[in-house]
Design a protein around this ligand. Structure first.
Ligand SMILES: [Zn+2]
Length: 102
């Protein structure tokens, strides 16, 4: 597994939380990302999280399969259980694109 893949794997949890609107422990993200990648990783989490859900009147739906509406917790569990692999691929792609542009 490449370095980007293993980083992406560790970020799935945070992207799902961000998408669901659940609070993230950013100090934990900082430890995983390291200081050199922290700003990129923060951007990637925010970008992928807003990409995978649709918010209508403050209610969350899944953009990947159009299911919903979900509560915050329901959204989080749906993403982790059903779309784990898609999340990982999306995170890897965003990481690669941004790291290559450095
Ligand atoms: Zn879905």
């Amino acid at each position: 597994m490449s370095k980007i893949d293993s980083l992406a794997e560790r970020l799935i949890e945070f992207v799902a939380r961000a998408a669901a609107g659940i609070k993230i422990d950013w100090s934990h993200v900082a430890v995983i990302a390291g200081s050199s990648l922290l700003s990129i990783v923060t951007e990637v989490i925010t970008a992928v999280a807003s990409d995978i859900i649709i918010k209508k009147n403050g209610i969350r739906y899944c953009r990947l399969c159009n299911k919903g509406p979900f509560t915050k917790k329901g959204m989080y569990l749906h993403l982790i259980r059903v779309h784990r692999y898609e999340l990982k691929v999306a995170i890897s792609e965003e990481l690669e694109r941004r790291i290559r542009a450095l």
